[in-house]
Design a protein around this ligand. Sequence first.
Ligand code: 8YV
Length: 332
Amino acid sequence: VTRQLIDEAQQILDEKKGELEIVQWQSEKPCERSWLLENAKGATGILVMLSDKVDEKLLEAAGSQLKVIASFSVGTDHVDRDALKSRNIRLGYTPTCLTDAVADLTIMLILMAQRRGGESIAKVINGEWPQMPWHPLLMTGPQIGGSTVGFLGFGRIAQATLKRLLPFGIKKAIYLTSRPGQPAKEDHFGLVKQATIPVEPATSADQLAKESDVVIVGCALTPSTKHLVSTDFFGKMKKLAVIVNIARGPIIDTDALVKALDEEQIFGAALDVIENEPNIQANHPILKQPRCVLVPHIGSATIETREQMATESVKNLLAGLNGDAMVNEVEL
Ligand code: 8YV
């Protein structure tokens, strides 16, 4: 178990101590790879986080008795699924319990980007407020009502975000999935078929970039979505458009984003994730962009959600060990 857990989750695990030998990373710092490789040896189950790469090397280190990986996440890009499949190892994850928390944060980020939240807070903290001139357009940004919102990826979190956006009076939603131009396969809240505004599949990333006032990056990170948003994409976006990333950092090319902001090709950005997180150098140009808000991957960070993620991960781990049904299992 590569983290310390909380409350119910830790309790369920501790109650198993008579039956199972449990080896758990004890520090609040992220688990070290060398510790994981060493302690995985002989394990039948491993509970991991996003920063723990589950690859051939780890599976080799663990040995052929390994039955289950339980991930404390909805995303599984840190896991080599093919390697698990070929070894008949099951994979548990937590895809549903964090939907609301991440969708809530997405709303915060959209408003931060449109209403210049980061820039505003900085002005107050830097003591600039008393000197600020006043004119009608001071600190103004585009309004959320009336926006066309483009979703790159239209799964549960994106659809929960759309549900929250409807009362703001957005005009239209468009989305791109791995099947461009096709309606989303799953309609989690009945909005694909029956929203009060047009909700339409985009035929390409270009179309989505051109039409959207707000772009929400909410797709999985795969070889085909890495740098899906790069110079070309930014070049097609509207000057007053904003982009929000609540998925995975590498979907947006950070250098291209810095350039787009520098050259005022877009209005602003708000990111929960970024390439090479959490190791962002203090002098990274993105941190100097007043129109970019960056928060440290807190999408799922509500007390309720994190408790549930922890509990579900432990339940998935134990179910995998016992050959029982998991709360949520990835079909490999
Ligand atoms: C992290 C996430 O799991 O679930 C995901 O895919 O990106 C997050 O919810 C969480 O921050 C714990 O590291």
